[in-house]
Design a protein around this ligand. Structure first.
Ligand code: AMP
Length: 423
């Protein structure tokens, strides 16, 4: 029988990678908290309607990428492919926006999409995000961009490009939609199959096509169809980004093809991410989404960043922490008679250090070799004729210590080792 492998497009987080993984999560939580965002979590599966209404028809996610199943009660459920719709459902369902506006929340969640697995693209991946719900003001759009920007600076990720655009309001987009349909209709026969469908159900998505890129390049621009109020709103966002010293590029081709998106759309690009995966994350304002989900109209703005891509770049720039040692000290017993003394010493030492006890029946030589593999600097040998022996596993120096000063002797040796790390 061949051993069972993980599902395609998934990966295990192994202990050596865990410090970097946790570091990214902790820095994001800290950056969001500094701006007043509080942690929120939602179920991993939801009613399918949340996403089919919340993300919308004509999108790749809803049409091709959802993990949808029927539960034992005959209900259609979907593994969460994105965070905004569930977080908005949770906040409005609990009426948080009635107590305080805006509601600021941040999250760290696994997402599931039936994507084609390739470098930087998985079927289960993690996103870090924030949502700022309940107010429509350019300052909030700039605020969420600033949270992401400061967070990436904390990760020491250089070379992030903030791409921003305005999607205007519903009327602007209706005018633009007509212009797009007028432009694409004569080209219909030469479009790819996806684009012919997009032309019928969601023309804004035509701009996402990679195959028909030559048509996208010459397509009319949304910016030319914005009304004055939308232009003013975008100008206010840009002014605030400038005053926060956040460099940004106005990318008129950046469009999210969903009807409930409004005004600001943005992406964080990194030059080291090639081609279709060049975005570390993105976000925007989604003022129409609450109504789409059956709640009263409530504006919101937020972003999501991909953890795997952040980690890849942070690792390239050597900012992420490497593997941690399992233990600083290993207590090794030399005989069966020393087991309970060894375990008691280990228990007491755990108030001061990371301690593993090796009271197994294997030989002392083997125990010392294993202690080195655990990354420990010190071994405390218990049950030898000479008494307790403290051994430095790097310098191989060792000396006898007395029972009643053992704990202090270990603490001092650890401090010394930290001051003078051996080569
Ligand atoms: P989106 O929700 O599609 O705007 O994606 C936001 C970010 O999540 C992307 O920029 C990626 O960093 C990350 N992401 C999206 N899909 C995947 C995937 N299949 N595998 C890994 N990361 C992803």
């Amino acid at each position: 029988m061949s051993p069972i492998t993980p599902p395609r497009g998934t990966r295990d987080l192994l202990p050596d990678e865990a410090p970097a993984w946790r570091w990214v999560h902790e820095l994001h939580a800290a950056a969001a908290a500094r701006h007043g965002y509080r942690y929120i979590d939602t179920p991993i599966f939801e009613q399918t309607d949340l996403f089919s209404r919340g993300i919308g028809g004509g999108t790749d996610i809803v049409e091709k990428e959802m993990y949808t199943f029927t539960d034992r009660g005959g209900r259609s459920m979907t593994l969460r492919p994105e965070g905004t719709a569930p977080v908005l459902r949770a906040v409005l369902g609990a009426h948080l926006e009635q107590l305080l506006r805006p509601v600021r929340v941040h999250y760290a969640m696994p997402m599931f999409r039936y994507d084609r697995p390739q470098a930087g693209r998985y079927r289960q991946f993690a996103q870090l995000g924030v949502e700022c719900i309940g107010e429509r003001d350019a300052s909030y759009d700039a605020e969420v961009i600033e949270v992401a920007w400061r967070f990436m600076a904390d990760l020491h990720i250089d070379g992030v490009e903030v791409q921003v655009n305005s999607l205007g309001d519903r009327d602007d987009r209706l005018r633009y939609r007509e212009a797009l349909v007028a432009y694409y209709t004569p080209l219909r026969d030469s479009l790819c199959e996806d684009c012919r469908r997009r032309l019928d159900i969601n023309p804004l998505r035509l701009l996402d096509c990679k195959r028909d890129a030559q048509y996208v390049a010459a397509a009319p621009l949304l910016g030319d169809h914005l009304g004055e109020a939308s232009r003013d709103y975008f100008a206010a966002v840009v002014t605030q980004l400038e005053s926060a010293a956040i460099p940004h590029v106005h990318n008129q081709r950046l469009v999210r093809g969903l009807d409930y998106y409004a005004h600001t759309a943005f992406e964080f690009w990194h030059t080291s991410l090639a081609g279709a995966q060049n975005a570390l994350g993105g976000g925007g304002r989604y003022d129409g989404l609450a109504e789409e989900l059956g709640f009263s109209p409530t504006p919101g703005v937020g972003y999501a960043l991909g953890v795997e891509r952040l980690l890849r770049i942070a690792a390239d720039q050597q900012a992420a922490p490497g593997p941690h040692a399992s233990a600083q000290v290993v207590v090794c017993t030399a005989s069966a008679a020393a087991v309970s003394q060894g375990q008691q010493l280990a228990r007491e030492l755990r108030n001061r250090a990371l301690v593993v006890a090796d009271v197994s029946g294997r030989g002392l030589d083997k125990k010392l070799r294993e202690a080195g593999r655990l990354g420990a600097r010190l071994a405390l040998l218990v049950g030898l004729e000479e008494g307790l022996i403290l051994r430095d596993l790097q310098t191989r120096e060792q000396h006898v210590i007395t029972d009643d000063t053992a704990l202090d002797a270990v603490s001092e040796a650890l401090l010394r080792a930290a001051r003078e790390p051996a080569a």
